[in-house]
Design a binder for this molecule. Structure first.
Ligand SMILES: C=C(O[C@@H]1C=C(C(=O)O)C=C[C@H]1O)C(=O)O
Length: 376
């Protein structure tokens, strides 16, 4: 037995705190045991759903059902769990569920630790196999060949605008947009040394340099800037060269054993990229959907106005309009339009068929659940 006579009030209080923490931890352990049992029970049901789907050759991913689960749980949630964490936890649980039904392979514009990889992981969770590609075209090819179930490509940045190459590839491809994902882009300065003093060279992607210009001028005005193909390549270089740093994601710090010297160094905080998940699935209606279209109009006055008129007449909200040269004929364009609604909605189907009759060519690139934009 300990002699408690000489204990100071402080030690007394420490003992009380320890005892109380131990008691609370017992409660936590009990809850964890229940959670584990419940997750395994859930996975058993998921396996049975998987067997039924396999019998009829149905696809594993059901984005409509997953959106409904999120909506239901968000409606039930009374906190303190916040929406973002709730979504993250159930993304992981559902990813593990899908993986149990058939192991999924997801390909993305690499290398690893780029923002496309981060967006892919936050959409599909950690239970799938991720395969990086060198180009956006390779991502499309791998999904078309069927070696990967889904591909993740950037389509638009809130500051730099459209990623034209992605838009152009939709013209040649029969793949569908299955989902969209908004990813907040935040840059860190990474270096092996972990201090600013000895940094003489900074590696990064030109866009990241452009987005951190003011910070660099203020804190590293004399450093040489070296452009790389991606922020992840920059991190790899910085890890090998003394006196150098990279502007990249905090995930890249992890991957290349670098230290974060300064975080969130971008000049504009609301920098977000929209990514598309492409695949062969048709995604069913959730009630909160978006539909992406591409079309070509004839080269006559008012052609674009006439093609878009049915949208306004049917009171359909257009949320995006881009144009790209067709490359077959100078000064003729493809138009890319995103509208609210789903191709399974009668109103949307009827409006699109009217639009189709007013232009030279129209293709629906997919209907998918509308994503929410979060700031991390
Ligand atoms: C279990 C299913 O398969 C997948 C996994 C889901 C889940 O974990 O709840 C939901 C939809 C599907 O993407 C299902 O279709 O119900």
């Amino acid at each position: 037995m300990e002699n408690t006579e000489n204990m100071t009030p402080d030690t007394d209080q420490n003992c009380d705190t320890d005892a109380r923490i131990a008691e609370l931890r017992n409660g936590i352990d009990e809850i964890d045991n229940n959670l584990l049992e419940l997750i395994n029970k859930r996975l058993t049901l998921v396996k049975d759903v998987g067997k039924l789907k396999a019998r009829e050759g149905r696809q594993v991913l059901d984005s409509t059902r997953e959106s409904q689960i999120f909506e239901r749980l968000l409606g039930l949630n009374e906190g303190p769990l916040n929406e973002k964490v709730l979504r993250h936890l159930f993304t992981q649980i559902m990813a593990a569920s899908r993986q149990l039904q058939t192991p999924h392979r997801v390909t993305f514009l690499g290398p690893e630790a780029t923002f496309t990889h981060i967006a892919a992981m936050s959409h599909f969770g950690h239970s799938v196999e991720y395969i990086p590609q060198h180009s956006i075209r390779d991502v499309f090819n791998e999904v078309e060949k069927g070696t990967c179930h889904y591909g993740v490509v950037p389509v638009e940045n809130s500051i730099e605008g459209a990623i034209n190459h992605t838009l152009d590839l939709f013209f040649e491809s029969e793949l569908k947009i299955c989902a969209e994902k908004y990813q907040h882009i935040s840059h860190d300065l990474l270096a092996a040394s972990g201090t600013l003093q000895d940094i003489r060279k900074v590696y990064s992607h030109p866009q990241a340099f452009a987005q951190c210009r003011r910070w660099l001028q203020k804190y590293l005005p004399d450093a040489t800037l070296r452009e790389c193909r991606s922020t992840a390549h920059a991190a790899r270089k910085a890890a090998k060269k003394q006196g150098s740093a990279a502007i990249a994601s905090s995930e890249a710090a992890h991957m290349y054993q670098l230290n974060v010297v300064a975080s969130r160094i971008e000049d504009v905080a609301r920098n977000t990229t929209r990514f598309l998940i492409i695949g062969k699935d048709e995604i069913h209606r959730t009630g909160q959907d978006k539909t992406s279209l591409m079309f070509v109009t004839s080269h006559i006055p008012g052609a674009l106005y006439k093609t878009l008129k049915p949208l306004s007449e049917s009171d359909i909200n257009m949320v995006k309009l881009e144009s790209r040269p067709t490359k077959h004929q100078n000064w003729s364009y493809f138009f890319f339009v995103d509208i609210e609604g789903h191709i399974e909605d009668e109103k949307i189907r009827e409006t699109l068929s009217r639009m189709e009759s007013l232009c030279l060519y129209l293709k629906c690139l997919g209907s998918y659940p509308r994503a929410t934009e979060y700031r991390q």
